[in-house]
Design a protein around this ligand. Structure first.
Ligand code: URA
Length: 240
């Protein structure tokens, strides 16, 4: 799809829209070998040969970030009143079209994948894909073998939500455990635990498919995924 030249330039993450316009106006940008004269001219970013200051620019770069979401931020790209996870990123990375793949509640912590790879996100979140997500949970009360059985057999909640069979591993102390979901309905862990009479007090996502939250990543920090992690993630799509 054709896009404005200044937009294509700013989406590389190197320049703001304003800087991109300035680069074009001062004759430092070439498009398919000719100096670009109009920042509003539209091109297809996929088939474009672009240089800035004589250097080739990679357009439409795909980014994949692992973020350790802290409590208190929204899993959204923007909000008029509240801070979002994108506020944790440096300025230049806020311009490349990143969005969270799946949401965590405002008070939930842990692994959040951020990307601008729409097709990958779509495939990971597609209802039929059932990519496993593992959460560490602490509840009010003690988790018991009956809870494990209820999770395993596929619970139907009071509001009619039929949950797929889910995993529950009880840890020590028994008010803590690991929950494995193959889907991601709104507030799902909280609703399942509430249905067992054990409201969630703390929730943290540990993994998603083959991607596991890095122990060294403090809450509020992020890093780029390695090439291996990106391909492992693509492998997660093959889950049934
Ligand atoms: N389940 C929840 O209840 N909340 C989350 O943020 C994720 C899963």
């Amino acid at each position: 799809m054709a896009e404005r030249l200044d937009k294509i330039l700013s989406r590389t993450g190197h320049w703001s829209r304003k800087e991109a316009r300035e680069l074009v106006r001062t004759g430092r940008v070439t498009v398919n070998g000719a100096t670009a004269a109009d920042e509003s001219a539209k091109y297809d970013p996929v088939s474009l040969i672009l240089t800035v200051n004589g250097k080739m620019v990679v357009t439409d770069r795909l980014f994949y970030l692992m973020l350790h979401k802290p409590a208190g931020l929204l899993s959204a790209t923007e909000d008029s009143r509240q801070k979002t996870v994108l506020d944790l990123l440096p300025e230049h990375l806020r311009r490349v079209g990143l969005f969270p793949v799946g949401r965590l509640d405002k008070d939930t912590e842990g692994l959040l994948l951020l990307t601008n790879d729409g097709p990958l996100a779509h495939r990971l979140l597609a209802p039929g894909k059932h990519v496993d997500k593992i959460y560490y949970v602490r509840v009010d009360g003690a988790l018991a073998p009956e809870d494990v059985l209820a999770f395993r057999s596929g619970m139907t909640l009071g509001d009619g939500l039929a949950c797929l069979p889910a995993g529950l591993e009880i840890l020590d102390p028994p008010d803590t455990g690991y929950v494995t979901l193959r889907e991601g309905k709104f507030h799902q862990v909280k609703r399942m635990m509430a249905a067992r009479g054990k409201p969630v007090r703390y929730l943290k996502r540990i993994s998603m498919g083959n991607l596991t939250l890095d122990h060294d990543l403090a809450p509020g920090t992020w890093r780029f995924l390695s090439a291996e992690e990106i391909s492992a993630l693509t492998g997660s799509e093959n889950g049934t």
